[in-house]
Design a binder for this molecule. Sequence first.
Ligand code: ARG
Length: 464
Amino acid sequence: MSDDSKTNQQWGGRFSEPTDAFVARFTASVNFDQRLYEQDIRGSIAHATMLAQVGVLTDEEKDQIIQGLNEVREEIERGEFEWSEALEDVHMNIEARLTQKIGITGKKLHTGRSRNDQVATDIRLYLRDEIDAISTELTRLRTGLLDLAEREASTIMPGFTHLQTAQPVTFGHHMLAWQEMISRDHDRLLDCRKRVNLSPLGSAALAGTTYPIDRECTAELLGFSAPTRNSLDSVSDRDFAIEFCAFASLLLTHLSRASEELILWTSAQFNFIDLPDRFCTGSSIMPQKKNPDVPELVRGKTGRINGHLIALLTLMKSQPLAYNKDNQEDKEPLFDAVDTVKDCLRAFADMIPALETNKTAMYEAAKRGFSTATDLADYLVRKGVAFRDAHEIVGKSVAFGLEQQRDLSEMTLEELQQFSTVIESDVFDVLTLEGSVAARSHIGGTAPEQVKIAVATARQTLNP
Ligand code: ARG
């Protein structure tokens, strides 16, 4: 990074002394916003094209600018570009290099715009591209969950409330619950995209510009759905970035819940699933260990994402209109939120299809916790017993089972009849785990049949 200019070349006109070296470093953003170079060049090309169309630039000037910007892009991509902290940010670095290359015409590019609408445009272009990439990963993860749900539609496991065995459910049903959470996050992301995809270009510093610009034209050239409607608002608000982080927080919250379950399930105590070795790491001291680091890290990353959301909310709070330098602080949290979301989704989308279930362990666990007790109560109600009485009868049967260390389905008919004479041999149809899950056959229920229907329905909504 070169640092040799006396006063800033871009705005130094009214200054009589150079910027303090510390201040230059403190106020510069080029170290992190150079990441926006491609969007910045794309925006500048659209702006120059429009300026030529409305007659502010000649076609020749426009061509020179575009040619120069393309060369700058190549220099950056080849790693030959020399970023300068003295030039503050990505915008001024690129413009200065353009002017170095094509001379005075380079200085005309900034006609009718400001870094304020420029940076707002760049971030929106960047975020829109990233939203599209994230959307593709969300679809990949959801596809994996649906495939797994279908594969394991009849696999029985204990369902929990309070992390205590409650009723048997199917593993497929459980995977569909995750899929539902993530599909709502996906909807939120696509909804956020609508508000990201508007063009602030032309808002200039804050009030618009005196040149006869065509904002519809630049919006269209950049693939935005329309220009934003108020120049003051456009250069100042970063609510679209906050919305993205809110999406990210909810997504990571959901992934952290799934992670927690994966971690529990891989433990020797549960032993419900196995994660392939390539997603796990060992311990340097305990040779027997195989740690579920990937889900643990995803669970942990939720903290930094929530931090970024709070950072951006706090950054925006109480800012007077219009642009304030505070907004330069929007980039690092946003970039990190994007990177983290992409990594976590990738980890999950890779891991889910590779997950192996241990059907026997899940089945045994479901049997251990008297998970069909509610089914027995429902059976008694169907035989004319009032629900409260049925609850009492089942409670006593469970106490007996605990004493005998046997599940309800493992008792004899005579043993069960001690608690109620209405019990007949058909009771065993409901006391089995298979009978229990099959009986919950309605929209959203855990029956294998319903899981398969739900998978088919969800597949249709995969590409909204
Ligand atoms: N680097 C600045 C940012 O990220 C660009 C806009 C600067 N505008 C200004 N008036 N100083 O926000």
